[in-house]
Design a protein. Structure first.
Length: 219
């Protein structure tokens, strides 16, 4: 900038990366959302489950019954959440399903896109891409007024955005990992942490909170 006295240097580096995740997972089938877990073709989980409202205690011993079906394999009605005697089965009466939770699951999870692999332990293949991109720059100013009067100032910064879809969920559910400098306009949506010349972002553990359940990759 000024010959033999003040010098200026700037640099930029960036990358753009994208690839399908191809993660496999289990998402609720329409049959399961209706309370029917009886078919191995539509429900990977074939374990017995029980009606908690059927608990009967005698002395110090308590017993609980499986959900009950009629001779045609239909779930028996449940009056006050209790069923008459029938055949143990893997079907929950519709009256015992929480409509709020069913609506939530339908809104949160995608529909199976690989139903033929249910018995293999997955019914969904995530085709959305993992996107990773970076922008970094450095600016440096040096001055040399004399052999005893010299120095430099530098600003370096890197912003990395890494978005990984949560397998099996709707399109708006992804985990964005953003690193940056809080003193230069904020760290973005989910600071993970990186060092620069002007600041350091700490991890935000609540940024990854997602519902925990039997399905999906709940990380």
């Amino acid at each position: 900038m000024i010959k033999d006295r003040i010098f200026f240097e700037g640099a930029y580096e960036g990358w753009r990366y994208s690839k399908p995740t191809l993660t496999t997972t289990l998402v609720p089938t329409s049959q399961e959302l209706a309370g029917d877990f009886s078919s191995v073709a539509t429900s990977y989980y074939q374990h017995k489950f029980y009606n908690p409202y059927s608990t009967v205690c005698t002395g110090g011993n308590c017993t609980v019954q499986q959900f009950q079906c009629d001779a045609n394999g239909n779930a028996l009605s449940a009056t006050n959440n209790k069923q008459a005697a029938g055949t143990p089965c893997l079907k929950i009466p519709s009256s015992m399903l929480n409509p709020t939770m069913v609506s939530y699951l339908k809104a949160y999870y995608a529909s199976p896109n690989s139903p033929g692999t249910e018995a293999c332990g997955y019914n969904f293949v995530e085709n959305r891409a993992q996107i990773d991109k970076n922008n970094s720059y450095q600016v440096r100013l040096d001055f040399h007024l004399s052999d005893k009067n010299f120095g430099f100032a530098r600003v370096s910064q890197m912003w990395v955005y890494d978005s990984v879809p949560v397998a099996g969920t709707i399109a708006s559910n992804s985990r964005p990992n953003v690193v940056g400098n809080p003193l230069q306009g904020g760290c973005g949506s989910t600071p993970i942490g990186t060092r620069g010349a002007t600041g350091f972002c700490m991890i935000n553990p609540t940024a990854f909170a997602v519902p925990v359940g039997s399905y999906g990759n709940m990380g």
